[in-house]
Ligand binder design. Structure first.
Ligand code: HEC
Length: 196
């Protein structure tokens, strides 16, 4: 076995096996000790201190992103919210992430995907609370699925108001479908059965 000048042998010899003296580079050792030093405050901060775990951070973010206003699901509430830009702003990002894929960010709709929500024609809706019903139950047999697991009750009411607000500014897109509603009927409460 040949040996270079820079490869000094250690002076032990075990059953004829000898070992070169090749220490690890300084930067490697620094990194190794660095990880050990780093883990002490890290462990303290995240396990005993105020640092949030990924699960806790997720739960805090979910809570911050959940709207709770205790709104009532009636036409008057939805109509009032429709004209309240501050409240509508709470759900505009949810419309962009949950609805725009089929209805477009403007609400103008997409061929074979989603109807135009900016016109005054409605297929499944006769009164404002029908929009919250569509959001809760979806339109069975179509791509419009129930949003009940994605949006809570307050969020569905706000979203219904957001949808109703879209028809204030018509955007050319999908052709009108269904019956035209020029003025929303404002029934006293949503769940009062209508007289026959
Ligand atoms: C996967 C595609 C898709 C997504 C996502 C989607 N929709 Fe729809 N939506 C549809 C389709 C298709 C219809 C038409 C159903 C029918 O044929 O009656 C519809 C119908 C509707 C209607 C009833 C329109 C009418 O004229 O009766 C409303 C209101 C509505 N969607 C709102 C929303 C909102 C708000 C969201 C987001 C929370 C959303 N949709 C997400 C596809 C979608």
């Amino acid at each position: 076995m040949s040996q270079s000048v820079d490869d000094p042998l250690l002076d032990h010899n075990y059953d004829g096996i000898q070992e070169f003296d090749n220490p690890l580079p300084g930067w490697w050792k620094m990194l190794f000790w660095g990880t050990i030093v780093f883990c002490i405050p890290y462990t303290y901060w995240y396990h005993f201190g105020p640092g949030l775990s990924i699960q806790e951070k997720f739960e805090a973010d979910m809570k911050a992103n959940t709207i709770v206003l205790n709104l009532s699901d009636d036409a008057e509430t939805i109509l009032a919210l429709r004209d309240d830009p501050e409240k509508l702003a709470l759900v505009s990002s949810k419309f962009a992430s949950l609805c725009a894929a089929c209805h477009q960010p403007s609400g103008a709709g997409l061929p074979n995907l989603g109807p135009n929500l900016t016109d005054k024609h409605w297929k499944n809706v006769q009164k404002l609370t029908d929009i919250t019903r569509v959001l809760r139950d979806g339109v069975p047999g179509t791509a419009m699925v129930s949003m009940a697991s994605t949006l809570n009750k307050d969020e569905r009411i706000l979203m219904a108001a957001y949808v109703a607000s879209l028809s204030k500014n018509y955007v050319e897109g999908q052709p009108p479908e269904g019956e035209e509603i020029l003025v929303w009927p404002v029934e006293k409460t949503a769940d009062t059965p209508q007289e026959e």
